[in-house]
Design a protein around this ligand. Structure first.
Ligand code: MN
Length: 352
């Protein structure tokens, strides 16, 4: 709240409307859905409907609870409040308002509407000790589930069965029950960056790529390991070794104050001049918190800086259509002087 009010003051915003669901939860500690926040320089309104008024009054006792439904639309309710408060302008989250919501607001609100981008997302990128605690726990749960899923991978088991078991293992290890879409793919399908688990059964010689994570008290983990079923071929070994080096060079580079674009360049140095260079993907990592992909983003065009207490993934990969892909993804905490990996699952080539 303190930081938001400072940003409002600095930019001359008299009101700030929060509509992005995770931002609502982050700022207010509300755990429900379909609610919005409106801040003036001195007041805090919680806009919700009768399904959530009781929950909101318990979880957010320092907000004025305001039911928006009697006004017919969020826009009309916000117009009522901005008039009541005499606001001459209202900042809003431009990436998280639908066109129809905007049209209603524009028609009814007399205050000037000021589009903003990434204000609360920027706050969210630097994690507090409590958030780091939850993120560590989510990473530990995912790493423990990895040990268990290895025992289940064998010829004949389908990707879907394995993906379902992975989710079960994480919940049994302490994850929240909210589902999280696991990627668990095998064979040539592993070149699909975000492939969906299918009815395909695991075959001898397959790569099995598992990109997954869980939620712990609302905070997420995101990790990837790729294993070989049976003996690895020489090409599988070669690509795996390059992939390990790419991951390591990025992790060795990361610390407070480096640029996310420079971190990307570290990853490609390893494969420059090899036949594998054309098969890398440029998005090699991202922040993780209450949402799985958040700032900072690592890639050649990123303007983001990496900061102490960011929690982010490192996940360069090599994807060869028709052959397969290999990705190793760690999630770690940015320290003043380095990267602390929170994923304890082994990164050496595993032949099952
Ligand atoms: Mn990821």
């Amino acid at each position: 709240m303190k930081r938001l009010r400072e940003v409002m003051e600095k930019n001359g915003w008299e009101g700030f409307l929060v509509t992005q669901p995770i931002n609502v939860n982050y700022v207010s500690h509300y755990t429900g859905a379909d609610s919005y926040l409106l801040f003036t320089r001195s007041k805090k309104y919680f806009l919700t409907d009768p399904r959530y008024t009781e929950q909101a009054s318990k979880e957010c006792p320092d907000y004025e609870i305001f039911e928006w439904r009697p006004f017919g639309s969020l826009g009309k309710a916000v117009a009522h409040l901005t008039d009541q408060e005499g606001l001459s302008n209202l900042a809003y989250e431009a990436s998280h308002l639908t066109v129809s919501q905007y049209r209603v607001m524009e028609a009814d609100i007399r205050a000037e509407l000021v589009p903003t981008e990434g204000v609360i997302e920027e706050f969210r990128s630097v994690k507090s000790p409590e958030e780091i605690h939850c993120l560590k726990a989510a990473c530990e749960i995912a790493s423990r589930a990895f040990e268990q899923i290895l025992k289940e991978i064998r010829v004949g088991v389908t990707e879907k069965e394995l993906a379902a078991k992975l989710s079960l293992f994480m919940v049994m290890e302490g994850a929240d029950t909210q589902p999280y879409g696991n990627i668990l793919i095998s064979g040539a399908r592993t070149s699909l960056l975000h492939g969906i688990p299918s009815e395909k059964a695991v075959e001898y010689g397959d790569l099995v790529l598992m990109d997954y994570g869980c939620q712990y008290h609302g905070y997420l983990s995101d990790m990837t390991r790729t294993v070989v079923v049976g003996r690895a071929t020489s090409r599988q070994r070669e690509v795996y070794a390059l992939e390990q080096k790419m991951v390591q060079s990025v992790e060795d580079f990361l610390k407070d104050g480096v640029s996310a674009a420079d971190a990307y360049s570290e990853s490609t140095k390893v494969i420059e001049g090899t036949e594998y260079f054309p098969y890398h993907y440029t998005g090699i990592g991202h922040g993780v918190g209450m949402f799985v992909h958040e700032v900072p983003f690592m890639g050649p065009k990123s303007g983001d800086m990496v900061r102490e207490n960011n929690v982010m993934t490192v996940e360069p990969g090599i994807y060869i259509p028709g052959w397969g892909g290999i990705r190793i993804e760690d999630q770690g905490l940015i320290r003043k002087d380095g990267f602390e990996n929170l994923i304890s699952a082994p990164k050496e080539l595993i032949e099952l």
